[in-house]
Write a protein that binds this ligand. Structure first.
Ligand code: PAF
Length: 277
């Protein structure tokens, strides 16, 4: 496995790499969710690359950029074990050199849900992913369904700017008790960790209600909220039941829907989602 820090070195390696080439973009502190992407990339491609870069432009001013967990050594060991060939691990200045002043704004799909709660978040994601796709030039790029809206934003970006990658979305990986894996789970103390289970439980509840013919989206949102708010450490940012393609909120679940939510548990903001049916 080669670890490459500069764009120019990566370009040379990419030109020599057997195709197809897969890319797993990450911000590091890798968990089993990331590794499922790396394993799938290994199965699909002749060359597998991963990137590790904590992208400052996707964090808001009061968010956790400075405390975002990092473990470069541990990450490299995991990627090597997964059979990754090339790791792109640039320093900040390599991605955003002095004078950098170009940003990618994806339209409407990026304005809802996470986009409404975290202004400029998707601008930062789209800008860095656009750069990664043009530097690495992957045939296949891998993302987790846990960041459901991010996958829609990136598909839009990839199609609109003809970036030419196949966007592969892999299922959310959960702990045995249902908590979706996230690098931010590292911030949770024991009490918060228990309280965080209300996210996956509320999604299970939504599915149970849907399966027992309750398709009134507002009633389902209300019951999810009750479940989450029964836990005093939580506060709901949003609960959404929306069209899976447009993310427009639904009154009645009469088409494929994304049920998604963002909840603060103590100081930690977590997201999760499920698809209906
Ligand atoms: O999902 C993430 O880890 C990040 O948003 C990504 C796609 C690596 C861009 O920084």
């Amino acid at each position: 496995m080669r670890v490459i820090e500069t764009v120019s070195d990566f370009r040379v390696a990419e030109r020599k790499a057997p195709r197809p080439l897969g890319l797993v973009p990450t911000m590091g502190y890798l968990h089993e969710g990331h590794m499922s992407l790396a394993h799938r990339a290994r199965a699909d491609n002749a060359t597998v690359s991963a990137s590790i870069f904590v992208n400052p432009t996707q964090f808001g001013p009061n968010e956790d950029l400075s405390t975002y967990p990092r473990d470069m050594e541990g990450d490299l060991t995991k990627l090597e074990e997964a059979g990754v060939d090339l790791v792109f691990a640039p320093q900040l200045q390599e991605v955003y050199p002095p004078g950098f002043d170009t940003h990618v704004d994806v339209g409407e799909i990026a304005t809802k849900l996470e986009g409404a709660s975290r202004p400029d978040h998707f601008r930062g994601v789209a800008t860095v992913v656009c750069k990664l796709l043009t530097i690495v030039r992957p045939d296949n790029v891998y993302f987790g369904q846990k960041d459901a809206q991010q996958t829609l934003v990136i598909k839009r970006l990839n199609a609109d700017l003809n970036l030419g990658a196949e966007v592969v979305v892999m299922p959310t990986i959960r702990d045995s008790d249902g908590l979706a894996l996230s690098s931010r789970n590292a911030y949770l103390d024991d009490g918060d960790r228990k309280a965080a289970l209300t996210l996956s439980r509320s999604l299970d509840l939504a599915r149970q209600l849907y399966d027992s013919e309750n398709h009134d989206a507002e009633k389902i949102r209300a019951q999810m909220r009750n479940l989450i708010e029964s836990e005093p450490r939580t506060s709901v940012d949003y609960i959404s039941i929306a069209d899976i393609e447009t993310l427009d909120e639904l009154d009645i679940i009469d088409r494929p829907a994304l049920v998604s939510l963002a909840v603060r548990v103590g100081d930690v903001r977590l997201i999760d989602n499920t698809l209906l049916p």
